[in-house]
Ligand binder design. Structure first.
Ligand SMILES: [Cu+2]
Length: 147
């Protein structure tokens, strides 16, 4: 009786692991948008973690709440802030990659969202299954610095 219970647990645990194996192993923390106005693009930020032994390459992001979505990098050139398009982003093996204000971000070109909402974004990778992430929407002041 007791043995059967543990055997059942093992099977459940194993099938859960197998599913995780076929999905992407990339995880995402602290995903959020800075939303200003529906007529202005909204910057999206997050930290990607790659626990695998191979580099992961993020190639695109899309969301039904964004219309067009792009990978961008902010650069300052002689005091002028400008954004450039980025083809892809490499997350090193056993490493992480942070998107943050003033640096790399996903650009939501036609934001259809409101502060307080969560918006689903799908991240596409080379050789890995796509990952869907809920981005929390904040206003102009951005994400509170709690951690
Ligand atoms: Cu941008």
């Amino acid at each position: 009786m007791v043995f059967a219970f543990w055997a059942a647990l093992l099977v459940v645990g194993y099938s859960g692991f197998a599913r995780a194996g076929t999905a992407s192993l990339i995880t995402v923390d602290n995903a959020w948008f800075r939303f200003l106005l529906p007529t202005l693009p909204a910057g999206g930020y997050m930290t990607l973690r790659n626990p695998t032994g191979h580099q992961a390459v993020l190639t695109a992001a899309h969301s039904e709440a964004c219309g067009t979505m792009m990978l961008h990098k902010s650069e300052s050139e002689s005091g002028q802030e400008k954004m450039v398009g980025v083809k892809n982003i490499v997350i090193p093996a056993h490493g992480s990659f942070a998107f943050r204000p003033g640096a790399y971000h996903v650009m939501c070109m036609q934001p259809n969202m409101k502060p307080g909402q969560s918006v689903s974004v799908t991240l596409e990778f080379e050789h890995l299954a796509p990952v869907s992430v809920d981005f929390k929407v904040y206003g102009a002041t951005g994400r509170p610095r709690s951690k």
